[in-house]
Design a protein around this ligand. Structure first.
Ligand SMILES: Nc1nc2c(c(=O)[nH]1)N[C@@H](CN(C=O)c1ccc(C(=O)N[C@@H](CCC(=O)O)C(=O)O)cc1)CN2
Length: 290
């Protein structure tokens, strides 16, 4: 596990723009002018659309350099090359609200990874439409918000969720087996900021009860997919996937059990990479600088 970045000294710049000569030169020149030293740099040239993607993790030696003047000074470079970009302090934890329903294996896994320092996140709240994991939240000292959902109360539920997102300055919402479909409006408000773990290897077996679907199809692999949440159910940009081998001897309940570990690991990878600004959305796809 790489050492935790130093506050106010390490930054991550992500960018995408029309591909053109001179981009790397422009970025490296900007870094040199700002006492920047590259710690990690990755880039991808998406040739079909002619788009360039880059992620640079760097430190600065000038004590007077901070995120504000770094951002101010990148503005002219961005304008010259029509760059969409983000620049953040690499040490700042991602404020993450986790949502769960009745299956808690992914929540439990994220909490342990957070507590052991494997994820650079903070968890100001856990939200659930059930109370199964209120005690678990309490063991970690994390506020638990029970927000029941019915067809008649869905709008109020989502309004309460957005209140929490704003009040707690949430950067990322994680649906850790939260089994309610979010409205189009809520998806638009959380565009690129909500990650769901779907318990199948998408695009196979979208929607509810994917393990039942897998059993009926007689598959020899089951899997999990972490993706951004969009209005189209389980159609969001895929961030990470993995599979595990199964066979004819497993019934649907046993497939559910076998799938838990791969779901938890796939979601943890997606949360880690998103929190480290390693995931960039490219239309219906993602570029992941792992
Ligand atoms: N707008 C979106 N909402 C959600 C997404 C998404 O991609 N877009 N992912 C789901 C998670 N999910 C599968 O991974 C899923 C959740 C819920 C359902 C479903 O049919 N839910 C029923 C109620 C079920 C219940 O009460 O137990 C419903 O909402 O009517 C299917 C798939 C999370 N949300």
């Amino acid at each position: 596990m790489s050492p935790r970045p130093q506050p106010g000294r390490e930054y991550v710049l992500t960018l995408s723009c029309p591909d053109q000569a001179g981009l790397v030169h422009a970025v490296s020149g900007y870094l040199v002018r700002n006492s920047g030293n590259i710690l990690e740099s990755q880039q991808f040239d998406e040739r079909l659309q002619g788009r360039f993607f880059m992620r640079v993790h760097f430190d600065v030696s000038d004590p007077d350099t901070d995120v504000k003047n770094l951002r101010d000074r990148f503005g002219p470079v961005a304008e010259a090359f029509r760059i969409s970009w983000t620049l953040r302090d690499a040490s700042t934890p991602t404020r993450t609200l986790i949502m769960v329903s009745k299956f808690g294996h992914c929540l439990n896994d994220l909490l342990f990874r957070w507590r052991t320092g494997a994820l650079n996140i903070e968890i100001p709240a856990i939200v659930s439409n059930h109370r199964e994991f209120e005690e678990l939240a309490g063991t970690y000292g994390i506020p638990f918000h029970h927000i029941p959902v019915t067809k008649d109360t869905k709008a109020d539920t989502e309004a309460r969720l957005m209140e929490l997102v704003r009040e707690l300055d949430i950067d990322l919402v994680v649906l850790a087996r939260y089994m309610q479909i979010l409205s189009d409006d809520l998806c638009k408000q959380l565009e690129g900021l909500a990650i769901n773990i779907h318990h199948s290897f998408l695009p196979s077996f979208k929607g509810a009860r994917p393990y039942q679907q897998a059993y009926e199809r007689g598959v020899k692999l089951v899997g999990a997919t972490a993706h951004y949440v969009t209005p189209d159910l389980d159609e969001g940009q895929i961030i990470e996937q993995d599979v595990v081998r199964v066979d004819h001897s497993l019934d649907p309940d046993e497939l559910v059990t076998v799938g838990r570990d791969v779901e938890a690991q796939v979601l943890a990878h997606a949360v880690k990479w998103h929190s480290e600004s390693r995931v960039m959305v490219d239309g219906n796809r993602t570029v992941v600088f792992r």
